[in-house]
Design a protein around this ligand. Structure first.
Ligand code: THU
Length: 129
């Protein structure tokens, strides 16, 4: 499947504008491309009880699962930084559930980006096979 990175990147950036990040002021957006060509977005949602915060990547995954998503082809993660930011460990494990070969592109304000497969980001992820 061809990946429209421009569309995914734009969607991730737009999603970051909706972030509820009153505590960290760090606004993150994520856009997921599914195996059937659909796109889902998420942003980080913080909480006064800090540990309850949910990252943008997981918010996007959960929004997709409820619509029937079972396989992710690609993810764009946008942060308003000068260098690309990589997903946290928890998000890597959650993404791994839906295809370890997916491509993750980390994009930022400066236009710089880096790209890795999920297995590169999280080798030896937990599994029960
Ligand atoms: N955050 C994400 O949304 N994704 C990540 O992969 C790492 C961190 C959010 C969580 C919190 O709201 C803010 O960034 C600062 O940690």
């Amino acid at each position: 499947m061809s990946i429209d990175w421009q569309e995914l990147t734009d969607a991730a950036r737009t999603a970051s504008h909706q972030a509820y990040a009153d505590y960290s002021k760090f606004r993150v957006g994520a856009a997921i491309l599914t195996d059937d060509g659909r796109m889902f977005v998420g942003c980080n949602v913080e909480n006064v009880s800090y540990g309850l915060t949910i990252c943008a990547e997981r918010a996007a995954v959960f929004a997709a699962v409820v619509e029937g998503m079972r396989e992710i082809v690609a993810v764009a993660v946008y942060t308003p930084t000068t260098e690309p930011t990589t997903p946290c460990g928890a998000c890597r494990q959650v993404l791994a559930e839906f295809n370890k070969d997916m491509t993750v592109r980390m994009v930022c304000e400066s236009g710089k980006f880096v790209e890795h497969s999920l297995v590169e980001l999280l080798p030896h992820s937990f599994g029960m096979e």
